[in-house]
Design a protein around this ligand. Structure first.
Ligand SMILES: Cc1ncc(COP(=O)(O)O)c(C=O)c1O
Length: 472
């Protein structure tokens, strides 16, 4: 039944069908006729009229008009852009605007959006069905690829999201150690399960919510927090809670407070302290896995945690997550062991297929060197342009992950990140959108490049940043 949208005078279904038909016709003309459009022309024709109409409808249908909060543009003003299609390093919205994309679906699109080989493989797999709810050979293939790539993983369990992976790994760590408490770091995000919604970084910070209502006190009671990069604070927690801490979980490079790298002493320190206290070390590599190196942050830093979570890239753009680690720990997972965790769609053949073909591409020689080169140029270009225009700005990158803050820096933890001028970031953000560059709509999110980003994309982005940074 069609719902009527107040103040719009059209039913949802009429309105949506109009928007959809308009958007597909505008995109097909855009894709078939490649025109050279000047920056001025592009800015003049920039309109979000259809996005605005669609978002009005969406707000009546879904809380806040979105299905994940950070998409709502709350911290940069305006409203979200409604997208129609993605390909390579570019995205098109339903008004026909084209953007160079540095969100990459929040990380999965590392070989570029809608890669032809991935799409062809998916089409083949789809001929055999979309879900078996039973084992399939593709699970073995992806499991072998993950195990041979990620140093800490001897056995793996596939799930459907990063949140699910972190929920599973937490239960496993508690089951294995028979302890309750965990340490997480301020500003690190490990999905939206209750025990992790304590000082949880970007999404929560962006909305200005300290913690979420609905999280029972008991669920968060055993979650201890420390500032990122602060090994003394971690030592204090182990002193105070001797014999009670099951695990430390962290983003080995933070993406959910903006881009923050760990000090070498910090990583070595938490590895030592967990060993000394018979606690487990968990790397949440949902974001960094296969992004900083083929073997993730642990390969990049030469450190082996006990357990690891993955997501995003290993599903090549389809819903997936995974957790894995030492065999003696993983053998506790049901049905091999007593720790229960299950999933109707886990190991889904389509998600496995997209993951396998994405990892195959990443394994080709030179991929991470290329990501490092273009991402380094991008960040240097933005930071140089910012400084030249007189702004306090700092930034950094590792391979295909990057960030910049509107503050002098250096940024070692979430409190440092919060010194950023977020109002300035919002002005920069909106200026870049009009220039056809799509960054993450929050100062507290990392950015991502892909193998599909060309030097031309990077140079265009830097030129746009130079123009915008002079005006804000
Ligand atoms: C480090 C980290 N862990 C866990 C998650 C949760 O993953 P998902 O959104 O797939 O549930 C995210 C999501 O961005 C993440 O960045």
């Amino acid at each position: 039944m069609a719902a009527t949208i107040p103040g719009v005078g059209l039913s949802c279904s009429t309105k949506l069908s109009q928007i959809i038909s308009l958007s597909s016709s505008s995109r097909s003309s855009r894709c078939s006729v490649k025109m050279t459009v000047s920056v001025e022309e592009k800015k003049k024709s920039f309109s979000l009229k259809k996005s605005e109409e669609a978002f009005k409808v969406a707000q009546e249908l879904m809380p806040g008009g979105v299905n994940s909060p950070v998409r709502a543009f709350k911290s940069v003003g305006g409203q979200p852009i409604i997208f129609d299609a993605v390909k390579g390093s570019h995205m098109w919205d339903i008004d026909g605007n084209e953007y160079i994309d540095y969100v990459g679906s929040w990380g999965p699109a590392i070989i570029g959006h809608a890669d032809d080989e991935v799409l062809a493989a998916l089409a083949e797999t789809m001929k055999k069905g979309t879900s078996f709810g039973a084992p399939c050979l593709l699970e073995n293939v992806l499991a072998e690829m993950v195990i041979s790539a990620v140093p800490s993983i001897e056995m793996v369990r596939f799930v459907n999201s990063g949140t699910e992976a972190c929920m599973g790994v937490l239960r496993l760590a508690r089951a294995f150690t028979r302890r309750q408490k965990i340490i997480k770091f301020e500003g690190c995000y490990h999905g939206h399960a209750d025990p992790f919604l304590v000082k949880a970084g970007s999404g929560v910070a962006t909305l200005g919510l300290p913690d979420s209502p609905g999280v029972p006190k008991g669920a968060a009671f055993d979650t201890l927090t420390a500032p990122y990069n602060d090994i003394l604070a971690v030592k204090d927690l182990f002193e105070t809670h001797k014999g009670e801490i099951a695990a430390i979980i962290l983003e080995p490079v933070v993406g959910n407070s903006g881009f923050i790298t760990p000090n070498p002493d910090f990583l070595n320190g938490i590895r030592e302290i967990t060993k000394e206290n018979d606690a487990l070390l968990i790397f949440d590599e949902v974001m960094t896995g296969f992004r900083l190196a083929y073997g993730g942050a642990q390969e990049y830093f030469g450190m082996t945690p006990d357990l690891t979570t993955l997501g995003k890239i290993i599903g090549g753009g389809l819903p997936v997550g995974a957790y894995g680690g030492r065999r003696d720990i993983m053998e506790m997972v049901a049905p091999a062991g007593p720790m229960y965790q299950a999933g109707t769609l886990s190991g889904n053949p389509l998600a496995m297929t997209a993951g396998i073909h994405t990892l195959k591409r990443l394994k080709e020689p030179g991929t991470y060197e290329y990501l490092d080169k273009i991402t380094g140029e991008l960040v240097q270009g933005i930071v140089d342009a910012g400084k030249k225009a007189g702004h306090a700005i700092c930034g950094g990158h590792i391979r295909g992950m990057f960030g910049y803050f509107f503050t002098e820096g250096p940024v070692f933890c979430f409190d440092d990140a919060k010194k950023s001028d977020t109002a300035k970031f919002a002005r920069f953000y909106r200026g870049m959108l009009e220039e056809g560059v799509y960054f993450a709509p929050s100062q507290f999110e990392a950015g991502f490049t892909s193998l599909a980003h060309s030097s031309e994309d990077i140079q265009q982005t830097i030129a746009a940043a130079e123009r915008v940074l002079k005006q804000i």
